[in-house]
Design a protein around this ligand. Structure first.
Ligand SMILES: *Cc1c(COP(=O)(O)O)cnc(C)c1O
Length: 341
């Protein structure tokens, strides 16, 4: 198969239309068979539930080429599971895991020419999503839904080297207690847009959100979970009902324990403790781990000993091990690598 003529190292993170996408419709209480289409446009009623009341959820994962030339995705069964947790909370129909995996397989296979070659650092980003499409004006869930998956190639996350981030503790809240912070719903992102634009205007890369109830505990950023390394080498990640359960973070915690023999803790992490941490990183599909060099809390600055020039040593080990597993250089735990072809 001939690859597309794309400058893989320089495409950045933007939407590039690919050839085929998957679509399935839920109507009269059931999913239709579903399949590929070349039509990237969606026509719907002006009164569609997604447009009026934001009934929409999504997932994000990537397909890439391993060292030995296979095209694979990483733990897509966990994306299927999480999509269904989001669906339940949003009064949307669940999608059978098999159907989810089939949709991923079809979209990646049909767009194999867009899967970047091994070693470029680029990947084919996959965006499964589901939304309520029939007209709804009284506030209630839709009864008809579309599930779709499209693919778009994205460039290497750390172009020109890994630079630690500067983040700020924001006064905005991301998720209410007993709200929707733990599901991957568009609504969590809608309300984060103002906060991130404001952060960027003030010169920060990201927002650190605190727990909305007490504003003393660390939650996450708008789109990534935190991990910390303590001064005695323990890996700590915040525990909260309003954090989105990152698949990358869960995989890193496993790798820390089972591959690197590190002690791990999932517990409440207080803002007050951050000054005692040795390293800090943001975990998500896009970057795996982005190191954080500095956290600014109003007049207070926390500078991690790992500095602003490179990843901390433990973060680096975690990063190298997980990316090694993903790329097929290190043996993966059973079921982590889902082979497309
Ligand atoms: C998607 C997402 C993450 C990262 O999850 P991964 O499964 O690791 O990609 C973290 N936080 C939020 C709020 C997210 O939406």
């Amino acid at each position: 198969m001939e690859k597309k003529n794309i400058d893989w190292g320089n495409i950045g993170f933007g939407y590039i239309k690919t050839d085929e996408r998957y679509v399935s419709t839920y109507k009269d209480g059931k999913w239709d068979e579903g399949g590929l289409t070349q039509d990237s446009m969606i026509t719907m009623s002006e009164c569609a539930c997604v447009l009026q009341y934001a009934q929409t959820i999504f997932e994000g994962l990537k397909a890439y080429t391993t060292e030995d030339g296979r095209i694979v995705t990483f733990r897509p069964d966990l994306n299927a599971e999480r999509l269904n947790q989001s669906a339940k909370r949003m009064e949307m129909p669940e999608l059978p895991t098999e159907k989810f995996l089939e949709s991923i397989r079809e979209v990646v296979s049909a767009n194999a020419a867009y899967v970047p070659p091994y070693g470029t650092g680029a990947t084919l980003y996959l965006r499964p999503f589901m939304f309520g499409i029939n007209p709804v004006i009284g506030v209630k869930p839709a009864t008809e839904f579309q599930y779709r998956v499209f693919a778009t190639p994205v460039g290497p996350y750390f172009k020109g080297g890994i630079k630690p981030l500067t983040i700020r503790v924001t006064d905005f809240d991301r998720a209410a207690p007993n709200g929707t912070g733990h599901i991957k719903a568009g609504l969590n992102y809608a309300m984060s847009l103002h906060a991130i634009v404001d952060a960027h205007n003030q010169g920060y890369d990201e927002n650190m959100y605190l727990d909305a109830r007490t504003r003393t505990k660390v939650e996450e950023t708008g789109g990534a979970n935190f991990i910390f390394v303590t001064k005695d080498g323990k890996i700590v990640t915040p525990k909260s009902d309003s954090i989105l359960p990152s698949i990358t973070r869960r995989s890193l915690m496993y790798v820390a324990e089972k591959y690197l023999g590190l002690e791990t803790e999932t517990r409440e992490v207080y803002l007050d403790e951050l000054k005692d941490m040795a390293e800090c990183g943001l975990c998500g599909t896009a970057a795996v781990i982005s190191p954080v060099g500095k956290i600014v809390n109003h007049d207070d600055e926390i500078c991690f000993p790992s500095g602003m020039d490179e990843m901390g040593p433990v973060t680096k080990k975690l990063y190298d091990t997980l990316t090694g597993i993903q790329m097929g250089r290190i043996e993966a735990p059973e079921g982590w690598i889902f082979e497309i072809k």
